[in-house]
Design a protein around this ligand. Structure first.
Ligand code: SF4
Ligand code: SF4
Length: 174
């Protein structure tokens, strides 16, 4: 178990982790590319671990906010009448791949958004999403130690972000 799994396992026990959302917010779940689904299936994910979701206006608008300045590309990827895949979610809001000690998938087979969370890159700058139930954020007491707490480096974040962009055929960012 690596240091991220360690803190995330405690988070899963205590708060449900970022792998649980408020029922009703499922449409905002980050989409899974074909490459991610293939890697997940190769690691044991089954049909019940995936869900086909409509590209609702709220879903597309939310993605556009995550990729400012790339709205045209995002709207072309997720047309209004289309669908995308996301992880399956229980009626209680938990990802179907969440076990008692965290994600059932090995880290290298998890969705890229799961691997980069709570970090993100926007306009070339690394940031993290404030989440009051994130055990790593609670233990880090702010941003400074968060990367360390989660066993990540700025390079890990950048590489994962680039991999995520490649998975969606978004142009390479420096
Ligand atoms: S795939 Fe794993 S890491 Fe991602 S939300 Fe589900 S349980 Fe969490
Ligand atoms: S990244 Fe934060 S919210 Fe997600 S499981 Fe780890 S400690 Fe919890």
């Amino acid at each position: 178990m690596d240091s991220q799994d360690h803190v995330c396992a405690r988070c899963a026990e205590q708060h449900g982790s970022c792998c649980t959302l408020e029922p009703g917010l499922e449409e905002y779940c980050f989409p899974l590319s074909a490459a991610e689904r293939a890697a997940m299936q190769a690691a044991g994910a089954k049909a019940e671990h995936f869900h086909r979701e409509a590209n609702t206006p709220a879903f597309v608008d939310n993605l556009c906010r995550l990729f400012p300045g790339e709205e045209e590309h995002i709207r072309a990827l997720f047309p209004g009448q289309g669908f995308h895949h996301r992880v399956g979610i229980s009626p209680q809001g938990a990802c179907m791949l969440l076990g008692a000690a965290g994600c059932l998938l090995p880290r290298n087979a998890r969705p890229l958004y799961c691997r980069i969370y709570p970090f993100w890159i926007q306009n070339g700058r690394q940031l993290y999403f404030d989440f009051c139930r994130c055990q790593a954020q609670l233990e880090a007491g702010g941003g400074a130690g968060l990367l360390k707490r989660l066993g990540m480096t700025p390079e890990d974040v950048r590489h994962t972000y680039q991999e995520l962009r490649r998975a969606w055929n978004l142009p390479e960012h420096t």
